[in-house]
Each structure stands twice: as C-alpha cells, then as structure tokens.
Ligand binder design. Structure first.
Ligand SMILES: NC(=O)c1ccc[n+]([C@@H]2O[C@H](COP(=O)([O-])OP(=O)(O)OC[C@H]3O[C@@H](n4cnc5c(N)ncnc54)[C@H](O)[C@@H]3O)[C@@H](O)[C@H]2O)c1
Ligand SMILES: C[C@@H](O)[C@H](N)C(=O)O
Length: 369
C-alpha cells in the first residue's frame, strides 16, 4: 500500500501513462546506509540531544493517558500529543496537547505528523480480544487497516514507532508455560491474528525499509485509575473496584485460569525503556515482557489478606474463557532482560497493596463527600 501510495503521489502522468522516477531511495530497496548524506527527507531531523516529538494514537484507552503522563515528565508537556477519536474528559484535555486522530484516515494522520513535526509514534489504537470477537469487521479495520496506515506514515516520515503486541498473539498450539519469544503463533481471535500481523509487518518494514520499529508483547495490564477496554484480562482490574466498594466480586473466568499480568507502571516504564534502548542492544524487534502470573483464585486469596470479608464467586463467560484457555500461562521474557535490562518492580503482593490503597482512598473520599 505504501508503495502504491508513493507511486500515486510522485506522479504518473495521466496523459502519457509514464512514471516519474522520483521515489525516495528508501522505498526502492536500497539500504538506509546507502542514502546520500544530503538526502532531503521531509521529516524533521532528530538528534540525541533533542527531545522527541511524540504522538500517541488511541490515547484515551486504559493505557494512553498514563503513557502521556510518563512521557511528558521526561520530554516536556508540549512535546507529547495525545490523540483519539473520542472526546477527552476535562482533566485529560487540560493536562497537555490533545488532538482528534482517526487512524483509518491516512491524510489526517499525515497532517498531524507533518504539522507537529512528530518523531516518535506510540500506536495504542486497537479493539481488544473480547470486544474484537463481538465486532470482527471493525476489529479488522482498526487493528489491520489502521496499522497499515501507521506503518506507512512512520516509514514515510522516518519515525521511531512503538506498537504493542500481547499475550493474545499466541494460541493453543503455542507452548504455554512458559511461552518464549520465538515459537508457533496460531491465535484464534481476530485480535491475536491482527497482532501477529502487526509484529510481522513491523519487522518487515524494519528489514525492508529501515523503519525503527519496536514492539513489546504486553501481558494483561492492571491499572487503578483507568478502565480496561473489553479484554479477557479485565477481571483482574474490576476485582479491586468491587472488593473495595462491595466486598465481593463475580469473576467471568474460571478460578484456575492462569495468565501473565503486569502493573501499569511496569508496563509504561518497559515501553519507554525499549524506545530509549540503543538500536545495537536490540537483538530482536518484538519482545515478551513479563512480571507475574496468577489465577483468579490466587488473586482473591491475596485480596482477602487486606479485605477479610471479601468473597469471590464465578459466572464464567464462555467466549472469554475459551480465549484465556488458548493464551500463555507464563511468559518467558529472558531476552528483554538480557538485551536491554528489563526488570519488573511489582509482584502480586505489591500489586494488590497498591490497587487496594488507591481504591480504598477513592472510596473513603466518595463516602466523605
Ligand atoms: N490493556 C491491556 O491489558 C493490554 C495488553 C496487551 C496489549 N495491549 C495493547 O495496548 C494498546 C492500548 O491498550 P488499551 O488497553 O489502552 O486499549 P483500549 O481498548 O482501552 O483503548 C483503545 C483506544 O483506541 C481508540 N480507537 C478505536 N478506534 C480508533 C480509530 N479508528 N482511530 C483512533 N483511535 C481509535 C479507542 O477510542 C480507545 O480509546 C492496544 O494496542 C492493546 O492491544 C493492551
Ligand atoms: C491481554 C490483552 O491484550 C488485553 N488485556 C485483552 O485481554 O484483550
């Protein structure tokens, strides 16, 4: 698609039907190292002493606002633009630059990248696993067609690109305990299929066009101040709301369903660390990252230590259970640890204490008002 788009842009004369050979050399299969020093790209140049100019797509979901906060602390508020197709809440709108961006609209994406001199792109827009199964054609459009637009705009403007993948990129025929970086990947959800596609396309653009593509496979992410957007691991977020508000929780996965999980602070730090890692330290472009692995039963036991009256019951959702049963139980992230020094901070006890403290204080504030 990129190639076709470039050809359209650079001009086939409708009158003579002939091609004008003015494609940037990058797109003609020449290694980036062969590009002349005075090559005139239309992307802004970015040196190590500058701060990157960052765009986050799909930024109003569970992870984007937290990522924007982290990156703004590091690179300055005005250098990080959050975008989505939804209207931002007041506190997000007033916390830094926000812009409308639909990843299915290539021209809109390009305009944003050019007008804001973007150099780094974090591509968070997606439909997650459970909601993707409920709307396959939309998931296919957003997760696959949208990704193509992102890859094209990133390659065209020489951006460093981060695309998250997931434990959901593996399937029932993958080794599940532990799941290594390189093994068979035959997921059975549209979400998983689109994420394997993203991994492969990103790596292809890296080797073919020199795109600086970086990708982490996240476990289920647990956050206190943002809601998950329709995934299979959502129970591990909802349990804390319900434990502090009602003292009980109805879980939609079976008690013994083991999945890899991570606290949001670890996830966002891993994301920044892999983006800042020197290219020579990356032996791969797609890495598993992991922190802990637990079942609903084990999570409930840990909650019980803090909320003695807490009760968990089970009302299994067949779609989510089938998805969870096909996913890794434990992630092998030894390559991330070896190559760029990945190390998680939060294990299950710290996670539970942090989440309950957050929700406990929220509940106390609500009761006092
Ligand atoms: N949250 C997790 O547990 C988890 C785990 C693994 C990977 N990931 C990946 O991390 C990324 C962020 O996850 P999240 O949990 O914040 O997702 P989310 O579902 O909460 O948010 C996704 C956002 O994408 C936006 N979006 C949908 N269609 C769009 C379009 N056409 N153009 C622009 N934006 C659009 C939505 O409005 C939404 O705000 C996703 O790519 C997801 O696959 C998340
Ligand atoms: C695991 C992850 O990709 C997401 N939380 C989901 O369950 O779909």
């Amino acid at each position: 698609m990129l190639f076709i788009r470039m050809l359209r842009q650079v001009g086939q004369s409708p009158a003579c039907g002939c091609w004008t050979p003015v494609l940037p050399v990058r797109f003609l299969g020449i290694s980036p190292r062969q590009i002349p020093a005075d090559a005139n790209f239309h992307s802004a140049s970015f040196s190590d002493t500058d701060h990157p100019r960052v765009l986050i797509t799909g930024g109003l979901g569970q992870l984007g606002v937290g990522l924007a906060n982290l990156l703004r602390k590091r690179f300055g508020k005005d250098n990080v633009i959050l975008s989505d197709i939804r209207k931002p809440p007041d506190h997000v709108f007033h916390s830094g630059p926000f812009i409308y961006s639909d990843i299915l609209d290539y021209k809109n994406l390009r305009e944003i990248v050019v007008n804001n001199r973007i150099t780094w792109l974090f591509h968070y827009s997606a439909l997650l696993s459970a909601i993707g199964e409920a709307n396959v054609s939309l998931a296919r459009a957003v997760n696959i067609t949208g990704l193509h637009n992102i890859l094209d705009v990133a390659a065209e403007h020489n951006l460093r690109l981060f695309v998250p993948s997931t434990i959901g990129a593996f399937g029932p025929t993958s080794p599940r305990n532990p799941t290594p970086d390189l093994c068979i990947q035959r997921p059975r959800t549209i979400y998983g299929v689109s994420k394997v596609h993203a991994e492969l396309m990103g790596e292809y653009y890296h080797y073919r066009y020199g795109l600086d593509f970086r990708c982490l496979r996240y476990p289920g992410i647990i956050s206190a101040d943002s809601q998950p957007g329709g995934g299979t691991t959502d129970y591990a977020v909802q349990i804390f709301h319900d434990a502090t508000k009602h003292g009980k929780f109805e879980c939609n996965l079976e008690a013994r369903t083991r999945l890899p999980m991570m606290y949001i602070d670890d996830c966002l730090r891993a994301t920044l660390e892999v983006m800042e890692a020197p290219a020579e330290s990356l032996s791969m472009r797609t890495y598993n990252v992991s922190a802990m692995s637990f079942t609903p039963e084990e999570l409930a036991q840990e909650v019980l230590k803090h909320v003695p009256e807490f009760q968990i019951t089970y009302n299994v959702d067949a779609v989510r259970q089938a998805i969870a049963d096909s996913w890794p139980m434990k992630f092998d992230d030894s390559n991330a640890r070896k190559d760029w020094g990945w190390k998680h901070d939060f294990d299950l006890p710290e996670l539970v204490t942090t989440m309950l403290n957050f929700h406990g204080s929220e509940t106390r504030v609500a009761q006092a008002n």
